[in-house]
Structure formats: structure tokens, C-alpha cells
Design a protein around this ligand. Structure first.
Ligand code: FAD
Length: 540
């Protein structure tokens, strides 16, 4: 296989033009090109109003590949293609009697369980929330009717926190073994659009993701795994520094010496329990701030210029960063083009925001978190769970500022910059349901965060014209940007530093920050569990 990189074609090129361009680039006859696939397609819109072209990475097979490669030996854009296929690292014996447990069925637990099941290890998944169908109903009840179900919501249930999301599937993790390709491939097999395999910023969108997750659950079951909903793990059996099993909320005990802990960042009661049981946990940095909303057309114009609204490009995204005078970094987080701001609490009497969109990304507004990084040493000293406690305090205060009925506190950007409470919306209508109550957001977050965001917004307005327009809306608050704890694991074996057989994984353990990276971490941990189980069997 040969890989061509940096192959450029106009935005509106006909399908056939790609084959012609490959043949021309390699200077071969059309009949010598046997097959090709698009590995990646991206576009560069950083220079406004200059021509936007598609930039392709193509993997192909051709007659006389060695000859072609030697002809282009000095061309860095024509190289042998890497093997991106996934190869299982182990196969369980047919008579395996012990089942690994996977706690949590978000993207990390999903991929850990699927990979284990594909290797024959028949995992048992324990998920505190409900299946996608019932969970969707519960989640909408908060958004529409202000009724929260603490065990079934945006954070908890089948699909994890990634279910009601933009379904963005990109990440900046290093991935030398191409685990990310396996994640994409499994999503496509389960019904996700084929294009996620090659577009540079793939996304699935909420509605499609729900079907995909349900299909993957069925595959795990078909391979002999078990997926149990409404099965909250409430305690951990640890003997002589080794996990031996877990206890569920209904009192049932499940014994296993191999437990994947894929909790997500919102399982505060479980963080407290593992800390109480002596599992090594430390505080880690995260970020807090607000969601900002603009008309999507403003972002499209600023980012795509004359190409705004081009059907091949879709709704534009953005990324902004600013270093404030008080030393704080302010940055955009989880930007959702053409999406909505959502109520994302899992606890009663708390308010926290996030963003989601559908595959079409055709809602009126663009939204993103505008957040400030905070860290344990400076901002929340006081032990491993101090970040959790800070989040809880801030989310409770946001609930009160929003009127104590799950509406969120909000303020117009112009008023926020001038330090004046807002009382009336302008042209931008907030999308957050059940609603936004305007006022003053300054009391909702620490002063240094407010100060840094106040300074950053006009600077962002210089990067994206209109970003700091008076009637753009800030909705508070964003606190669950990543886990406030790390359940530290050994680099080599991926087991907890002090609890053998316990495999902390995914976002809650501090080893992922998004759907793709959580899925990749799930695969890595599944491999580590499989190898350990086989090694232990051989040692018996
Ligand atoms: P989670 O997805 O949080 O899953 C953890 C699971 O564990 C949950 O289902 C929970 O119920 C279960 N659990 C917890 N404790 C227990 C227990 N004691 N017993 C049993 N089960 C338990 N990321 C992106 O990459 N792209 C996006 O577009 C995107 N948009 C987002 C939008 C929203 C609204 C939210 C909330 C998040 C979004 N994210 C997005 C972040 C992404 O969802 C997370 O990074 C990802 O889901 C983390 O995966 P995880 O499996 O580690 O944890």
C-alpha cells in the first residue's frame, strides 16, 4: 500500500477527479491504480477569503508499488502506507471461568467491554443508569419539565456522558497503534455514517449515537458478555491490595479479580467510596467557566468568508485561546456548531451546562464553553476530593442564581464585560432548556475566573469578528470540563497504583477527555486486562 499526503483538490470537485489526481500525481496509467481509499479529508480555513481546497490523504494499491515508491524516494508526500488495522492481542480459553467486570458503559466502558468480548473474555458490564431509550426520556424530563432523575440523565446511563453530545470524534492524543481507527470502525459497523472514517473533524450527533450505542451493546451480548443497567456499584471488595469484587446498590456481590473502573467525571459518590477504601486518588486540574452562544451565521461568516454556508463545509467551528494578565489561560471548550446548550447536572439542586448537537448541526446558534484552567495547588488545596467539593459548591450556587428550578443563570456578553446585570435578551436567544434567567454572573465563579474571562472576550472579538457582540449570551456554569481527580495507575500494567486488578480508565480516572480518547483508553485497558488474565491463568 502507498500513502499520498497533501493531495489538493477544489472544494467542488467531481468524484472522478480524485482518481485522476492520484494517477497524475503518481505518473501511472489508470489501469495500474488497483484500489484507493480516502484516509483523511480536511480543509484549511484559517486564511479568510483565500481559496479553500480539500486536502486529502489517500491510501492506495497499485501495480509495481516498489517501483513507484523508489521513483518518489525523495518525496515526503509519497510513502508506504502504515498498517492501521486492529489485531487482537489475546484470545480467551473456551473454559474461562472468571468474568472481568466493567463499571460504566460510557465510551470507555463500551470499548473496554467490546474489545474484551471480541477476545472471548465475556465481560459483565455494570451501569448505574438506564438503557438509551429509557434514559433519553428521563433526560428530556429535566429539559422540558424540570424533573431530574439522579440515576438517569445526561451523565449517567447507556452511552455515558457522550450520548447527548455533539458526538465530535477527534482528539489530540498520540495514537501510534491506531486504536482511534478501531473506535471509528466499530462505530461505522454499528451504524455511524461512513464519512467519520475520513473527514478530519468527524462527528455523529446525538440521535445517531443512540442507535450506534444500542447496536454495540447487542454485539457485546451476542459475544457472551452481559450488560446490566440500573446496577450501581456502591462498594469495592479489596483484600491485601487486590480487588476481589464489587457490591451493587441492591446488596448483590459480584466477585472478580479484574475490574475496569470507567466511571466518567460525574460519579462523585463512587470517587468518595474508592477513596474511603484506600484506592490511590489524587486531585487534578480542570477548568470552569460559562457557555457562550452566538448566531451560527456569525461564526460561519468569520471562519469561512465567501464559503459560509457551503454544503461541503457545513457549520463552522472555532477554537480560541487567550492568556490573561492574572496568569490564567482562557480557552474555548467542546465547541458545538449549530447546536444547543444543555442542562447537564446529575445531582438535585445543581446547575451545570454543556453543549450538544444533531448530525445536521442546523440549529440557530453556535455554542462553546469559555473556560479558565484551575489547579489543585493554587485554587483548591485540601486533598484528593477538594476539586469535587469545589464543583459541588459552584453548581449549587448556580442553581440558586438561576432561580432554584434548574433554569440557568445568564448574562449578555456586553453587560458581563461592563459588570452590569442583564435584564433583557437581544437578538440572540438562548437555547438552554428549561430556560435562562438573566442577571449577574460575577458571583457564580471565583473572581480570578471572572476577571480572566472579562479580559478575554474582547480579545476573542479581535480573532472572530462579533464574538464579543453585546447580545451574545453567557449561560452558567461550566464545571464538568474534565475529571477533578486522577485515579492514578501504573504506566506499564494500567492497574491502580495500589490496588492490583483494578483498572482505572477513561475520563473519570483522568486518562481521557472526550469520546474518542475514552474509547481508545477502553481498548488499551481491555488489552491489559486480557493479558493479565492469561498470564495469571498460565501461572496457576
Ligand atoms: P462517561 O461517558 O462519563 O461514562 C461513565 C459511565 O459510568 C456513565 O454511564 C455512568 O452512569 C457510569 N457509572 C458511574 N459510576 C458508576 C457506578 N458506581 N456504577 C455503575 N456505573 C457507573 N466529548 C467529545 O469527544 N465530543 C463531544 O462532542 C462531546 N460532547 C459532550 C456533550 C455533553 C453534553 C457532555 C456531558 C459531554 C460531552 N463530551 C464530548 C465528553 C464525553 O462525553 C466524555 O469525555 C466521555 O463520555 C467520557 O467517557 P467515559 O466512558 O470515560 O465516561
Amino acid at each position: 500500500m502507498i500513502r499520498i499526503t497533501e493531495l489538493q483538490l477544489p472544494l467542488d470537485h467531481p468524484v472522478e477527479a480524485l482518481r485522476l489526481a492520484i494517477v497524475k500525481r503518481l505518473k501511472i496509467k489508470d489501469s495500474d491504480l488497483l484500489d484507493f481509499t480516502v484516509f483523511k479529508r480536511s480543509y484549511d480555513a484559517r486564511k479568510k477569503n483565500s481559496e479553500i481546497t480539500f486536502v486529502y490523504i489517500i491510501d492506495l494499491s497499485a501495480n509495481n508499488e516498489e517501483k513507484i515508491l523508489s521513483r518518489f524516494a525523495n518525496d515526503k508526500n509519497i510513502r508506504p502506507a502504515p498498517d492501521t488495522h486492529y489485531y487482537p492481542v489475546a484470545q480467551a480459553p473456551a473454559d474461562l471461568s472468571e468474568h472481568p467486570l466493567v463499571i460504566g458503559f460510557g465510551p470507555c466502558g463500551l470499548f473496554a467491554a467490546l474489545t474484551l468480548a471480541q477476545m472471548g473474555f465475556k465481560p459483565i458490564v455494570l451501569e448505574r443508569g438506564k438503557d438509551v431509550r429509557r434514559r433519553t426520556k428521563d433526560t428530556w424530563a429535566l429539559w422540558r419539565n424540570k424533573v431530574l432523575t439522579p440515576e438517569s440523565n445526561v451523565q449517567f446511563g447507556e452511552g455515558g456522558a457522550g450520548l447527548f453530545s455533539d458526538g465530535k470524534l477527534y482528539s489530540q492524543i498520540k495514537d501510534p497503534k491506531f486504536y482511534g481507527r478501531k473506535v471509528m470502525h466499530e462505530f461505522v459497523r454499528a451504524g455511524a455514517p461512513e464519512e467519520i472514517m475520513y473527514v478530519s473533524k468527524p462527528h455523529i450527533g446525538t440521535f445517531r449515537l443512540t442507535g450506534v450505542v444500542a447496536a454495540m451493546r447487542e454485539e457485546i451480548k451476542a459475544l457472551g458478555g452481559e450488560v446490566r443497567f440500573e446496577s450501581k456499584v456502591t462498594d469495592f471488595l479489596i483484600e491485601d491490595g487486590r480487588i476481589e469484587g464489587v457490591t451493587l446498590a441492591d446488596g448483590e456481590t459480584l466477585r472478580s479479580r479484574y475490574v475496569v473502573l470507567a466511571l466518567g467525571h460525574s460519579s462523585r459518590d463512587t470517587f468518595r467510596k474508592i477513596h474511603e477504601r484506600g484506592v490511590y486518588v489524587e486531585a487534578k486540574p480542570f477548568a470552569v467557566g460559562f457557555r457562550i452562544e452566538h448566531p451560527q451565521s456569525l461564526i460561519d461568516d468569520a471562519r469561512l468568508g465567501k464559503y459560509a454556508g457551503h454544503q461541503e463545509l457545513g457549520a463552522a467551528d472555532y477554537k480560541v485561546v487567550y492568556h490573561a494578565k492574572n496568569g490564567r489561560a482562557v480557552y474555548s471548550f467542546c465547541m458545538c456548531p449549530g447546536g444547543t446548550v444543555v442542562a447537564a447536572t446529575s445531582e438535585p439542586n445543581r446547575v451545570v451546562t454543556n453543549g450538544m448537537s444533531q448530525y445536521s448541526r442546523n440549529e440557530r446558534n453556535a455554542n462553546a464553553g469559555i473556560v479558565v484552567g484551575i489547579n489543585p495547588n493554587e485554587d483548591f488545596p485540601g486533598g484528593p476530593l477538594a476539586g469535587v467539593e469545589l464543583q459541588e459548591r459552584l453548581e449549587s450556587r448556580a442553581f440558586e442564581l438561576g432561580g432554584s428550578d434548574y433554569c440557568a443563570p445568564g448574562q449578555l456578553v456586553g453587560d458581563f464585560i461592563r459588570g452590569k446585570a442583564s435584564s433583557e435578551f437581544g437578538e440572540v436567544e438562548p437555547s438552554y432548556k428549561p430556560g435562562v434567567r438573566l442577571g449577574d454572573l460575577a458571583p457564580s465563579l471565583p473572581d480570578y475566573v471572572i476577571e480572566a474571562i472579562r479580559e478575554a472576550l474582547p480579545e476573542f472579538g479581535k480573532q472572530i469578528r462579533g464574538f464579543d457582540r453585546d447580545d451574545a449570551i453567557l449561560t452558567g456554569i461550566e464545571t464538568r470540563t474534565s475529571s477533578p481527580v486522577r485515579i492514578t495507575r501504573d504506566h506499564e500494567t494500567l492497574q491502580s497504583l495500589n490496588t492490583r486488578g483494578l483498572y482505572p480508565a477513561g475520563e473519570g480516572a483522568g486518562y481521557a477527555g472526550g469520546i474518542l480518547s475514552a474509547g481508545v483508553d477502553g481498548i488499551k485497558v481491555a488489552e491489559a486486562v486480557a493479558k493479565a488474565m492469561l498470564a495469571d491463568l498460565q501461572g496457576q
